[in-house]
Design a protein around this ligand. Structure first.
Ligand code: HEC
Length: 112
């Protein structure tokens, strides 16, 4: 293989990696988008009830699922990774604005 073909190979590998990330892994762009929004805690309450309370319980202690207590809440960065990163909460479950509202709600309800 000639040396000058390496950058092209690297670019292909990068494109593949980016594609795979968009499909199922963490999505840093979405995390940044959500962190840039202003969340409304009162709106986040309804999102929590709809999308999270099943497992984390209304009081956030999540006693029905191991290791799932949200009390105290992580900081905004940590919560954004969970809520908008795509690994824990599927992107289709909450919109960007709902994710921001949820973060505001969690931070206000169970401050860390
Ligand atoms: C199907 C059940 C389920 C649903 C629905 C769910 N979670 Fe979780 N969650 C868990 C479990 C179990 C854990 C602990 C193990 C892990 O990290 O995966 C967890 C962990 C977490 C953590 C990390 C806790 C910590 O501080 O270490 C956060 C934050 C979180 N969930 C937020 C949410 C939010 C917000 C929603 C709603 C959008 C949600 N989860 C929906 C089951 C769930």
């Amino acid at each position: 293989m000639k040396f000058h073909s390496l950058p092209a190979l690297a670019a292909t590998a990068l494109a593949l990696a980016v594609g795979a990330t968009a499909a199922c892994g963490p999505d840093p762009d979405r995390i940044d988008r959500v962190l840039a929004l202003t969340g409304t805690a009162s709106s986040g309450a309804a999102v929590y009830t709809r999308a999270c309370a099943n497992c984390h319980d209304a009081d956030g202690n999540g006693t029905s699922q191991p290791m799932s207590s949200l009390v105290p809440a992580e900081d905004e960065q940590g919560l954004a990774q969970v809520v908008a990163g795509g690994n824990h909460v599927p992107a289709s479950t909450v919109t960007d604005q709902e994710a921001a509202d949820l973060i505001a709600y969690l931070r206000q309800t169970w401050p860390g």
